[in-house]
Design a protein around this ligand. Structure first.
Ligand SMILES: *[C@@H]1O[C@H](CO)[C@@H](O)[C@H](O)[C@H]1NC(C)=O
Ligand SMILES: *[C@@H]1O[C@H](CO)[C@@H](O)[C@H](O)[C@H]1NC(C)=O
Ligand SMILES: *[C@@H]1O[C@H](CO)[C@@H](O)[C@H](O)[C@H]1NC(C)=O
Ligand SMILES: *[C@@H]1O[C@H](CO)[C@@H](O)[C@H](O)[C@H]1NC(C)=O
Ligand SMILES: *[C@@H]1O[C@H](CO)[C@@H](O)[C@H](O)[C@H]1NC(C)=O
Ligand SMILES: *[C@@H]1O[C@H](CO)[C@@H](O)[C@H](O)[C@H]1NC(C)=O
Ligand SMILES: *[C@@H]1O[C@H](CO)[C@@H](O)[C@H](O)[C@H]1NC(C)=O
Ligand SMILES: *[C@@H]1O[C@H](CO)[C@@H](O)[C@H](O)[C@H]1NC(C)=O
Ligand SMILES: *[C@@H]1O[C@H](CO)[C@@H](O)[C@H](O)[C@H]1NC(C)=O
Ligand SMILES: *[C@@H]1O[C@H](CO)[C@@H](O)[C@H](O)[C@H]1NC(C)=O
Length: 606
């Protein structure tokens, strides 16, 4: 039996209690398998019905992307026909099997810190909006996707105080390899943290992932009637395995002999791509997910203690792989609202969350809307514009039913109208979260849905070595002329601050794909499957709409800095570029000052 509380701004708060029969989990993969339809199917408005077939297909595509990113020995159920088993020797030099898991982005490194964030985010989402996966018949794929990541993370944590954090650094030869999955350069070095050389953020981040996913696999719903049931993939023994890893990693994070420090302090190689800005947020979110897992009030209080000790409220900007703070107030609120045993003060955390969200929806920062309506955070959004906006939309979606007034619920998300046990509908009005989602799905000045393969206007040139079919890093854009494989379901970086999108393969800030880019969209799609009978925005786009407005020339971002013809830079190259820009800037400034001083001297002497 489940209890649902639903809200509407039209009528006063309505509380409906419904009895829904639960269906047993079917975790064997569907036969025939779900395969992404070609992009033209995303140009056909659906004929209505519930769940909406366009949203269920999008959810399936978003999960399919992760299957394309698999490393290791591929199973016979592999759906991505153009992928091969790869990197089977990972870990061999360290005498440990680290094969498997996921390639992080458009190249072939495996990065534990953003992977942990991705798994945490997806498990949290599948707990709150899990029925969306069930309705779309995607729960078996969700299970498969999560286990591919979690089973690897278990291997990467061979004992209490060891966690492998990087396989094949982006600044070694491997980082500049551009080619298929059968000739990935080796050796692929592996890097770890341990008791004497710890990494508080990486250990706590992995603890948070394990704890969040343990909650999902135990079907520990945080509802109090507010959220839908967790996706039906319950497995108690797997859940308890995950919880053990979470507890060990949390203790390692908090109490390593080497002290608390960022993981790049111990493993400088990670800094090229995923340098962490601090560890207080990871400690807090790990403690919170663990307090949810164990019902522990003292862990909740520990999380609050980290929040104040590390002054997290002062640095409340984006929610992403590096920064978890905006998610903390939401999770503190959810847990306090659900479990009185948590001892949490719901209204206090609700106020913290509303303070942040009110500021965002009123365009008072952090972040501001671009001309064509994307929430843009200077700094974070310049490297991947959609991710911070989609993460904000995802948090707003989740928090909206917990908001203190109907007006706030409406501003954040709007109404969920209840039609019966399997029949929700979302009234998509001019609300903040849905506008960000619609933007990502094509309601933007480019008429591009920024997900590969979902519509004829989707990006054609995702920055992905394996999908491109190219072999020559010097000719990424031209060889081959057309990307060889369609990387269905991949959310890409996104347009620049002026809303322009160039669809250039080498332009990684705009076109790269990554595990963490898909994560918020998955949760949002599950939410829409559950509550939205309208199609995703892109079904209304005209064929060729992007070609009509495609901008000429090149974007001016770090990749195209010098005459818009610069060499390819990996994510990591940016830091080097930033240093160069700063140095050049200082030289120019110095010369200018020198010149002005000279001029002044002359003026004075003449
Ligand atoms: C895409 O699929 C539709 C049917 O769903 C089919 O009619 C069409 O020919 C396909 N297009 C391509 C390019 O495969
Ligand atoms: C899910 O599976 C059921 C049972 O096979 C089927 O009736 C339903 O149409 C499927 N839904 C979707 C969205 O594929
Ligand atoms: C933990 O695992 C690492 C890597 O496999 C190994 O080097 C180390 O000796 C192990 N430590 C303990 C205490 O077992
Ligand atoms: C996988 O192997 C096939 C057959 O050798 C090859 O055509 C394909 O390009 C490979 N895939 C990748 C991503 O390299
Ligand atoms: C931690 O790892 C470093 C190098 O990776 C090694 O030198 C050190 O001995 C390890 N410490 C422990 C306690 O295993
Ligand atoms: C639960 O998960 C464990 C560990 O992955 C697996 O061995 C077992 O078969 C699963 N049980 C069911 C009923 O699926
Ligand atoms: C860290 O060590 C202290 C002192 O032994 C202990 O009280 C605390 O529970 C430990 N913290 C964790 C998270 O294990
Ligand atoms: C949530 O449920 C608990 C009982 O399980 C109750 O004490 C608490 O007041 C509820 N919170 C809200 C905000 O409804
Ligand atoms: C909870 O927080 C609210 C708002 O900050 C405050 O007014 C209230 O006194 C707190 N309640 C408890 C029991 O501490
Ligand atoms: C489902 O919702 C639609 C409106 O979207 C409504 O017309 C229909 O009657 C509802 N069905 C049930 C079973 O409640």
């Amino acid at each position: 039996m489940r209890f649902m509380i639903l809200y509407t701004t039209i009528r006063p708060l309505v509380i409906l209690l419904t009895l829904c029969t639960s269906v047993l989990a079917q975790l064997s993969l569907p036969n025939p398998p779900f395969l992404p339809p070609n992009s033209s199917s995303g140009a056909q408005p659906s004929s209505g019905g519930y769940p909406n077939q366009q949203w269920t297909t999008l959810l399936g595509n978003l999960l399919y992307f992760y299957e394309a990113q698999r490393s290791g020995e591929l199973p016979s159920s592999n759906r991505v026909s153009w992928r091969n088993s790869s990197a089977l020797d990972d870990g061999i030099d360290a005498h440990i099997d680290l094969s498997g898991g996921y390639y992080d982005a458009g190249d072939y490194s495996k990065d534990t810190f953003p992977l942990s964030f991705t798994l945490m985010s997806i498990c949290w989402g599948a707990n709150d909006f899990g029925k969306g996966y069930d309705l779309a018949n995607q729960t078996a794929y969700l299970d498969d996707m999560l286990r591919w990541g979690l089973d690897w993370l278990i291997k990467a944590h061979p004992n209490d105080t060891t966690l492998y954090v990087l396989i094949a650094s982006k600044d070694t030869a491997d980082g500049t390899y551009w080619g298929g999955d059968r000739s990935i350069p080796s050796p692929r070095p592996v890097y770890k943290i341990n008791d004497s050389q710890p990494g508080t953020d990486a250990a706590a981040g992995a603890a948070a992932a394990f704890a969040a996913c343990s909650n999902l696999y135990a079907s520990r719903a945080l509802d109090n009637g507010t959220f839908s049931a967790p996706a039906k993939l319950r497995n108690d023994s797997y859940s308890s395995t995950l919880l053990t890893h979470a507890q060990q990693l949390y203790a390692f994070a908090a109490n390593a002999t080497g002290g608390r420090k960022t993981y790049q302090t111990s493993v400088p190689q990670v800094a090229a791509a995923y340098q962490s800005s601090g560890y207080g947020d990871e400690l807090a979110i790990a403690a919170l997910f663990l307090s949810w897992a164990t019902g522990s009030a003292s862990l909740y209080q520990e999380a609050e203690a980290y929040y104040s000790k590390y002054k997290l409220g002062d640095a409340n900007r984006v929610f992403n792989w590096d920064s978890k703070t905006p998610g903390l107030a939401v999770l503190f609120s959810q847990i306090a609202q659900s479990f009185s045993a948590s001892s949490g003060n719901f209204s206090a955390w609700q106020a913290v969350a509303e303070n942040y969200f009110d500021s965002i929806v009123n365009n008072q920062g952090p972040g501001s809307l671009t001309k064509d309506g994307l929430l843009f955070f200077q700094g974070d959004s310049n490297l991947a514009s959609l991710n911070p906006a989609l993460n904000t939309a995802m948090l707003l979606h989740r928090f909206s039913p917990l908001a203190s007034s109907a007006a706030k619920k409406a501003a954040y998300l709007v109404v969920i109208i209840f039609f019966g046990c399997h029949n929700w509908s979302l009234n998509v009005k001019k609300d903040f979260a849905n506008r960000q989602v619609a933007y990502a799905l094509g309601k933007n000045s480019m008429s591009v849905p920024y997900i590969v393969g979902v519509n004829p206007n989707s990006p054609s040139n995702p920055h992905s070595a394996m999908a491109s079919g190219g072999q020559d890093i010097g000719q990424i854009d031209t060889s081959p002329a057309q990307e060889t494989y369609v990387l269905y379901g991949a959310v890409i970086g996104g347009p620049d601050e002026r809303g322009r999108f160039f669809d250039i393969r080498s332009d990684w800030p705009q076109t790269e794909v990554a595990l963490d880019y898909n994560a918020p969209m998955l949760t949002l799609a599950a939410m829409h499957v559950l509550a939205d009978t309208n199609d995703p925005y892109y079904t209304s786009l005209k064929a060729g709409a992007y070609d009509k407005v495609k901008p000429q020339g090149f974007p001016c971002d770090p990749v195209f800095s010098q005459g818009c013809q610069g060499p390819h830079l990996s994510k990591g190259g940016l830091i080097a570029m930033a240093v160069v820009i700063t140095v050049v800037g200082l030289i120019i400034l110095g010369l200018t000052v020198y010149y002005v001083v000279l001029l002044l001297k002359r003026t004075v002497t003449t």
